[in-house]
Design a binder for this molecule. Structure first.
Ligand code: F6P
Length: 537
């Protein structure tokens, strides 16, 4: 159905297809400055896209037709926009640094609780960092093991690496997520029980992987230290579910809470970030929250035309829904951001991987893209060939930091030169004539020609620090929100993960039972039988 809204996309497509990026640059030497924005320490150069003023005008009209501005307010003010779970979506409250801010959900201001948990996290982090928190045998904590999965793992893992230059190096951090026993076993080989703190991080405290790993870790600790009493000094919990935490055997005095209005994949700035706060300290953690908040304020108040998350989202819509691009690549040229693409995968694909609209009808457009990426320059020697010369259109975000925390010779200049050169190559390519002028053998000309016209965004900050890091995460959170609004889907539920979880329980019964039911299809039955035979069951 062509609504008013999608008519703007059609118009944007018509305008966008008229000229190549190369032609657009040739006709306007000042183009870069016209398509560059700045907010919260980040510069976004989006000039190397298939856009001009007319294309952008239609895209902003598409956003306005989708009531974007109203929807942004609905999120920030705590309306229950996660309708299928009847929840507000308020990760922005977690980093609201405005003094005396009030954010009301169900008639209650949530900010006092947010501040109280942050304070408790700060005190606890201080005690671990200073060594005043002692293990059962009186030793200081040296190893911190976060046990969680999905949003309760990816955020902490990613941020712990991103902010490593700010972390206390004599503390050693480990993250156990997979129910594959190898993950826990290999981690336990690296730590000493008397000096280890386990953080069991789970919003629900019922997730199979996390609870199984936590139970196994608890048994290991009791065996190593010889008493159940050791658990209180070596286990803390981060959760919304006090009852479940108590049932597991962790004193709720040692629990750091959050709330159902924080989605798992948006939970890094909640108590889920406890391991990060222990690593970088409460001051740096507060700086990170400030960075998030700066981007939140920008997103909430800037005109759509000057709004970084909105512009990124609209460009993504142009390529997904206009050009049919199926995937989207995020390429951080900073080793500290090595896990950022994996983190974004959950944030984007669990949020917008939906095929039913808000009225419960099948969507009529492509929704969330397949998100992927690796740090540069490594990716250049792996998959960039396909981006440059393959048959698919893959829009890319390049992320770079002007200053490095680790200057060694001219390595950083080389890193950044590669980043900038890749965006240049993707946009402008190389024609057959240029190849010939370089003396390329005629037979090789088709292979050495680069079509170009490959769209990229470049995000640059002066330095990756807690503030710019927080702002970067918030930028992508809001981008994903905007796309969900335009696609008219619910971005904050994740029903699609349920079926596999339920079926796994039935399969587990059949893997372990004396007499398996074998009530599955012939393929699944065969796999179960093969497994049982191999392990002699
Ligand atoms: O299975 C998906 C999911 O529910 C994610 O949304 C979430 O981040 C992850 O599992 C972990 O959930 P929990 O924090 O409740 O253990």
């Amino acid at each position: 159905m062509i609504t008013e809204k999608w008519a703007h996309l059609d118009a944007a497509m018509v305008a966008s297809s008229r000229k190549t990026i190369k032609e657009l640059f040739a006709e306007d030497p000042d183009r870069a400055g016209k398509f560059t924005l700045e907010a919260a320490g980040w510069m976004l150069d989006y000039s190397k896209n298939r856009i001009d003023r007319e294309v952008m005008k239609e895209l902003f009209a598409l956003a306005r037709e989708s009531n974007l501005e109203t929807e942004i307010e609905r999120m920030f003010t705590g309306e229950k926009i996660n309708a299928t779970e009847n929840r507000a979506v308020l990760h922005t409250a977690l980093r609201n640094c405005e003094k005396d801010a009030k954010v009301v959900v169900d008639g209650k201001d949530v900010m006092p609780d947010v501040r109280a948990v942050l304070e408790a996290m700060g005190d606890f982090s201080d005690s671990v960092r200073k060594g005043t928190w002692k293990g059962y045998t009186g030793k200081k904590i040296k190893y911190i093991v976060n046990i969680g999965i999905g949003g309760s793992d990816l955020g902490p893992v990613m941020a712990n690496l991103a902010l490593k230059p700010y972390s206390k190096r004599n503390l050693k951090f480990h993250f156990v997520s997979n129910v594959d026993s190898t993950h826990l076993a290999e981690t336990l080989r690296e730590v000493k029980a008397a000096e280890t703190l386990f953080i069991v991080a789970s919003k629900t405290f019922t997730t199979q992987e996390t609870m199984s790993n936590a139970e196994a870790a608890r048994s290991w600790l009791i065996e190593k230290l010889g008493s159940k009493d050791a658990v209180a000094k070596h286990f803390v919990a981060v959760s919304t579910a006090a009852g479940e935490v108590a049932a597991f055997g962790i004193d709720t005095k040692n629990m750091f809470g959050f709330w159902d209005w924080v989605g798992g994949r948006y939970s890094l700035p909640s108590a889920i970030g406890l391991s990060l706060m222990i690593a970088v300290g409460r001051k740096n953690y507060a700086r990170m929250l400030k960075g998030y908040w700066k981007m939140d304020r920008h997103f909430r108040s800037a005109k759509l035309e000057r709004n970084l998350p909105v512009v990124l989202a609209l460009l993504g819509i142009l390529y997904s829904n206009g050009y049919g691009a199926e995937s989207y690549c995020v390429l951080p040229y900073d080793q500290y951001l090595a896990r950022f693409p994996a983190y974004l995968q959950q944030m984007d694909m669990e949020s917008n991987g939906k095929s039913v609209d808000r009225d419960g009808n099948p969507v009529e457009c492509l929704t969330g893209p397949i998100e992927w990426g690796e740090p540069g320059t490594n990716g250049q020697h792996a998959f960039y060939q396909l981006i440059h010369q393959g048959t698919r259109l893959i829009p890319c975000d390049f992320i770079g930091c002007c200053r490095t925390h680790n200057p060694i010779g001219d390595l950083h200049d080389k890193l950044m030169a590669n980043l900038f050169a890749q965006t240049e190559a993707l946009a402008f390519g190389k024609t057959a004539e240029e190849c010939r002028a370089e003396g390329v053998d005629e037979k090789l000309v088709p292979f050495k020609t680069f079509e170009g016209n490959r769209p990229t965004n470049t995000l640059l900050c002066d330095e990756l620090n807690p503030e710019t890091f927080g702002a970067l995460v918030a930028l992508y959170e809001h981008k994903i929100f905007v796309q969900g609004i335009i696609w008219n889907i619910y971005s904050f539920d994740q029903w699609g993960v349920q079926l596999g979880k339920v079926l796994a329980k039935g399969v587990l019964d059949d893997l372990t039972a004396d007499k398996p039911s074998m009530r599955h299809d012939s393929s699944t039955n065969q796999l179960i039988a093969r497994y049982r035979k191999a392990i002699g069951r």
